[in-house]
Design a protein around this ligand. Structure first.
Ligand code: NCD
Length: 308
């Protein structure tokens, strides 16, 4: 279904293709031998020009579990970018060695540019404050597995909705599913960009904005917490003023539904108190695990070794 395809933003895949990836992920989770050696002899390049723990390591774990191998770099200072090499030249070079590229770059549009100068698949692992489609795959799979459906629920996004690329990708994608109501909870300075709310309203889906988490938490089925994105602020004072605007505590969780789930793409800084980790509704570490399964499904599919 997906051999040879790149993934630059979640809209690149149809809902049918997303569903296919979720059922493949479920099979991989249920049967540890399924697709185990399917990528033997294949090479995945992981090019990270920005810090990462989960995205890079889950891609590498995914490729290794499929029997393939990985090469790459975890910071731009150890690549020829530090000598002034252009992104296009780096991508053309890596394409001589690898079968697929996963890349993260601080510039919006970098992954799209990369995909235009190579014939091998490029997966966007985050381009600035723009998109992060494989986190969206992770988030959707987690919701599907824990709530049993990808329709008819209310999700609240809380925190830095201006710079948070995981929010942008997930919110746009959720507007393609029926009956989803989205609540954007942020201070005015960190509001979700207009192009996101516009794209939701154009599809005649529900969305609204709020400032206080306490005012809306009781109506949510999913609460998606986010970190204030320090690295994308122009000045440190604004960051310091806004960084602890929201802190999810046990006390606030008391007002939430019994089956609400708390997601977070991680890393967490202060926005979820550690005491919440013991709450059965806290799903962010499960989410990290689902991220590996869905990346296995994605790699096996674009490398053409998954069943159709
Ligand atoms: C996110 C990212 O890089 O955008 N992390 C991730 O990939 N899981 C969220 C963040 O950095 O806050």
């Amino acid at each position: 279904m997906l051999p040879g395809r790149s993934l630059i933003e979640p809209g690149d895949f149809t809902l049918e293709e997303l569903n296919y990836l979720f059922s493949l992920s479920q099979k991989i989770e249920a049967d540890k031998t399924f697709l185990r050696e399917s990528c033997r002899g294949r090479l995945l390049a992981t090019l990270f020009f920005e810090p990462s723990t989960r995205t890079r390591l889950s891609f590498e774990a995914a490729m290794l579990r499929l029997g393939g191998s990985c090469l790459g770099f975890a910071e731009s200072s150890s690549s020829s970018a530090a000598k002034g090499e252009s992104l296009s030249d780096t991508i053309r070079t890596v394409s001589c060695y690898a079968d697929a590229i996963v890349m993260r770059n601080p510039k919006e549009g970098a992954a799209l540019l990369a995909s235009r100068v190579t014939a091998i698949p490029v997966i966007n692992a985050g381009d600035g404050g723009h998109h992060h489609p494989t986190q969206t795959l992770t988030d959707l799979l987690t919701i599907k597995r824990l709530h049993g459906r990808l329709e008819n629920f209310t999700i609240g996004f809380c925190g830095d909705l201006k710079f948070g690329r995981t929010v942008h990708s997930l919110a746009k994608t959720l507007s393609r599913y029926p009956g989803i109501s989205q609540v954007f909870i942020s201070p005015p300075e960190l509001k979700v960009p207009d192009y996101i709310t516009r794209s939701i309203l154009e599809k005649k889906q529900a969305c609204r904005e709020a400032e206080k988490l306490e005012d809306v938490i009781g109506g949510l089925d999913v609460l998606y917490m986010t970190r204030v994105q320090r690295e994308r602020f122009f000045n440190e004072e604004d960051y310091i003023r806004l960084k602890d605007f929201y802190v999810l505590t046990r006390e606030k969780m008391a007002a939430a539904k019994d089956d609400m789930i708390v997601l977070h793409p991680l890393p967490r800084v202060n926005e979820i108190a550690v005491e919440v980790d013991d709450d059965p509704r806290a799903a962010y570490f499960k989410q990290a695990r689902y991220g590996m399964y869905v990346r296995m499904a994605l790699l096996a599919s674009i490398l053409g070794v998954a069943p159709c």
